[in-house]
Write a protein that binds this ligand. Sequence first.
Ligand code: GAR
Length: 197
Amino acid sequence: MTQTDKKNVIIFASGSGSNAQRLLEYFEHHPHIRVAALFSNNPNAYALKRAETFHVPALLFNREEFYKSDRVLQQLAAFKPALIVLAGFLWLVPQQLLQAYPNKIINIHPALLPKYGGKGMHGQHVHAAVLAAGEQESGITIHLIDEEYDKGEFILQERCPVLPQDTPEQLGARVLELEHRCLPLVVEQLLTRQPQA
Ligand code: GAR
């Protein structure tokens, strides 16, 4: 397989991008898959810097461009994405993008959906809600996306314990570790599985 035959993964990230970092590391020398670009809606996202460190194009867009133009769609098309991964991306994906890439956009969420999902449920808000509810376990969900926040067919759920003295930060760190472990493997599996006969 030549460099140009590799399958292109595109990351969307709004913040720190530690999951993006894991994907960039895992696929840096992968024989069949590469991270081709990182898109962000946030000029201050540290994720943009992480992409640059790996010499991966980092593209920025604003709300107008995302929801009212086809600029992002056109930029994406140039990379011929095999898979788009929302890794801490906090805006709802518009219909035109969903239609352009059916079953090719996945999201990672730091809880066991369908609980603790939806608008505003991200980062420490999720872990604080899990603790407030007295849950004994939490975890991650990797799922296909649709037109609602944190909905769509599940691909993987993994669990971890909630410990009695946990703060949102401590629980968040445990969940993030699980995300880092699982996300590259799920992406790899999705892109290397044989088509069903
Ligand atoms: C991750 O925990 C991810 O699951 C979450 O944002 C964090 C981003 O961390 N996503 C959501 O809450 C989506 N609803 P990172 O920027 O360090 O990868």
